[in-house]
Design a protein around this ligand. Structure first.
Ligand code: ZN
Ligand code: FE
Length: 252
């Protein structure tokens, strides 16, 4: 499967997927025009839109795209009232076939009540919407820190080489936050520098990998003794450490 990034708005990524047998799919088209421009350039049409959650910056392109391409819209069953015109309702723990590719759905509470992530095991790809960002995680708009901590652990449990396609380019701001809470991490400076160089040349920091996020993302390390000691939260449970880190990030 070929995966391409289509930047939208200030910092969103829409993902285009082309399966080996030529199915053309987009994930979370918050805006139609960048998708239309991409499809025109590639000489493609559009068969399916996939959704992780209902926020406008992930669904606002649907109407125009469905009118133009008569495509299907597949999205989370629990957001049926908030995503118009869905043709397939995706359920937790179910596997779906898209031509030559398959993906599994995982329900991830925390950002929105119905949020799902889409895991393409054979293609080593995870589309995680606004659940996880590189070195960060989504805001808790409709869920608790405990729910989000459980959700990000589902991502942590995937194979290390899995590529994580986050829906926003927030990596640089997240890295600054990470530096503010763990300034003495031995790999900090070279990672900050890599990100800075990429962003200066407008290169995406996405996809990340499970291995990288597991090692560095503070939101995946709420049970890491080193981070817990740095934050002086030794007596706290991981879900409370997670909540503490989320609160620090919200107030930054
Ligand atoms: Zn969102
Ligand atoms: Fe978003």
């Amino acid at each position: 499967m070929k995966i391409s990034l289509i930047p939208a708005f200030d910092d969103n990524y829409i993902f285009h997927l082309l399966t080996e047998d030529g199915l053309s799919i987009v994930v979370d088209p918050g805006d139609a025009q960048p998708v239309i421009d991409y499809l025109d350039k590639e000489g493609l049409t559009l068969q399916i839109i996939l959704h992780t959650h209902h926020h406008w910056d992930h669904i606002n392109g649907d109407k125009k795209l469905q009118e133009k391409y008569n495509c299907e819209i597949w999205g989370p069953e629990h957001e049926i009232m908030r995503i118009p015109n869905m043709t397939v309702l995706l359920e937790d723990e179910q596997t779906y076939t898209l031509g030559a590719s398959q993906f599994k759905v995982m329900h991830t509470l925390g950002h929105t009540r119905g949020h799902i992530i889409l895991y393409f095991e054979k293609d080593n790809a995870l589309f995680c919407g606004d659940t996880l960002f590189s070195l960060g995680c989504g805001r808790l708009f409709e869920g608790t820190a405990e729910e989000m901590w459980l959700s990000v652990q589902k991502i942590r449990a995937l194979p290390n080489h899995t590529k994580i396609y986050c829906a926003h380019e927030y990596t640089q701001a997240n890295a600054s936050f990470w530096q503010s809470i763990e300034p003495n991490h031995p790999d900090m400076l070279h990672i900050l520098n890599d990100i800075k160089i990429k962003r200066k040349s407008n290169i995406a920091t996405i996809p990340s990998t499970v291995a990288f996020e597991k090692k560095y993302n503070p939101f995946l390390r709420a049970d890491d003794p080193t981070l817990i000691a740095t934050l002086q939260l030794q007596k706290k449970r991981p879900k409370d450490v997670f909540a503490h880190i989320r609160k620090l990030r919200d107030n930054m």
